[in-house]
Design a protein around this ligand. Sequence first.
Ligand SMILES: [Fe+2]
Length: 321
Amino acid sequence: MKDTTKYKEPLSEKERRLVWAMTRSVLETDQFKHKRHGQKSKSHWNNFKRIINFMVWGTKITGLYKKGYANVQNIQINEYELKFDNLPSHFDGFRLLHLSDLHIDATPELAHSILHVVDQVDFDMAVLTGDYRQDNSGSFTQILKPLKDVAALLQKEFTPLAVLGNHDTYLMTEYEKELKIRFLINETFQIERNGQLITFSGSDDPFSYYTDAALESFTDKPGFKIALVHTSEMADIASEKGYSLYLCGHTHGGQVCLPSGKALISHQKEGEDFVKGFWKYGQMTGYTSSGCGVSGVPLRFNCPGEITVFTLRKSLPHLSS
Ligand SMILES: [Fe+2]
């Protein structure tokens, strides 16, 4: 019998990006957010804007606006040492800078504040986990100049890697050569030191623009692997596939928090553990950055913005007696 099965050639990198860009462009004009487990109306954002307007009015009449605005410019540098059994030895001491949620046009001073803190830290490589502009639609060219200034400080031993967030448009990826940042669009990228590798996998934003192509970001292959995603929503997949570290943002740590640090609104449903800082999913270590910038309202309370430096250390194998 004649075999009628058609063999499909895999898409080239260029074709894969083109298919993604066409799909993303449609999703960006859709009235729904596309999530892993179904669609959700974007009207939630309009309701949120009403709450924001009320909040701004409230802080202005109570005199808190000035304080909250000043807090936005006060970005902290948080440094942590992380130990992993499976870290390749040539990466022992590797310093990874994590920036998230720059929203770099949110206030006129923000770009300068971000430049100021990034300039103070030593690192070997930078990763960015999305949300580069303030709004989630409309113009984005206003962020190119300040983003380019930040990107200039991020050029180290390895090219900075980035993923898109729910405030970003697919059009931003056209500027990756100019910015000298490589966007990971549902794909994997490896860096090498003396023949040893670290694998980075980055998926497109799963909060508003999820497609099944995001699942292809993560690899089953062994090795030391780091996932870069805008939100914590892909943590189960990355953990299942043996990733050691998962870096995300999106929540801004709550941005406006109670004095206890509890977020009033976090824009995620994965649970309180994922709102800010470290969490675990199986064997995988995750970190949700509070972000550098702000969105919605140019205020922060009880939740400073941050840039984060992780020093990766190879832990010694456990000795059994
Ligand atoms: Fe954000």
